[in-house]
Design a protein around this ligand. Sequence first.
Ligand SMILES: [Zn+2]
Length: 425
Amino acid sequence: MRSVVILSFLLLGLATVVVQGQVELSTPGPLFTPDPEDDSTPNPEGDSSTEITTEGIPDADTEELPLAEECDEELCKLPDCRCSSTDIPGGLLPRDTPQFVTITFDDGVNVRNTETYRDILYGRNNSNGCPAGATFYVSHEYTNYRFVNELYNQGYEIALHSISHRIPQDYWATASYDVIKQEIADQKGQISHFANIPFESIKGVRLPFLQMSGNISFQVMADHGLEYDSSWPTTAFRDPGLWPYTLDYASIQDCIVPPCPTASIPKPWIQPMVSWTDLGGFPCAMADGCFFTPAMDDEEGWYQFIVGNFERHYLGNRAPFGFYVHEWYLASNPAVQAAFIRFTDLISNLSDAFMVNASEVIDWVKNPIPVGEYREKPCREWSTASCAAQPDCGPLLGPNAMNYWMGACNVCPRVYPWTGNPLGQ
Ligand SMILES: [Zn+2]
């Protein structure tokens, strides 16, 4: 009897961790390293025994929006419409399809994590001689924009992860159009301004804690020229993996962190976060959210774990393979970081796999070409963004009467930039 009780406690604990493993962990400050099991970012649905429902969540802005209908492949065609599907775009065979690898890092960019990025990313090429990509979903608080400028100048993609990244997670689940507009759309102008990078180079969105707000964020994206979202995990479409698609028609994707969009919202693309499978068979949206992993000091085990997940894509339908992680996880686990580098070495040596910026995946899906043709294409190009040599700005008065210091590439703001005043005027 006693062992049964203990076993059910173990299982209960496991279920909670697995649910948390699917939400993203936050990094509130540059020196704070959250424990992967820290429940400071609880999934609002995770502690409930009742069925998940989206009832009662205010969704006033969607009242006029038409409910999305079942997708009609005759009406929904590339380059601007694609049904949610595991089919390879363009009807290509797997062997003719480039295997894209999207490496992404979330949260604030600062001097400490930029040192890691320099160590593990800079100077790497794909087998076609083009620079390998990576994408940074940047949140504003504690970000030093001088390093955002540096990452952009290295050819990486800068994308949006909100100004406040605030808790509780329910703030995002129930956010109004105005809240998301202030957190996401305004952040595009904010990053462009302080990092001095082109406004139009910012295209992607990842919501904090992977917490969507139904249709709202996609309406904001459609209205403000944001091209793709990468907040939506799928565990049902892992093998074969779900390819990117648009929201013109109803999505077949499983809703892991509700509320998910239900309306027909043309323009924005969904770049699904195809989950990994951990060693216990459980899904994890972020690599640092996996529960049953190799030992944290087992480099070979981690390398095999990463490659095993990659092969589900590479030997399958070649849906883009995401390596979604926070810098602290690699920096605090040297064996995992070494395995990561070995994995990127492997990709650099494959003739049909490419580490790219996330927006390049959308570019390819809109206009799918066989891998042989893709290899011959010119590499992506980017402009050089200058950054005025100046000391950090501060002290700047911010929320909760806190003082902040902030690196910027142009004139210092008057106060610490925040929602409602993204330029700190
Ligand atoms: Zn985050």
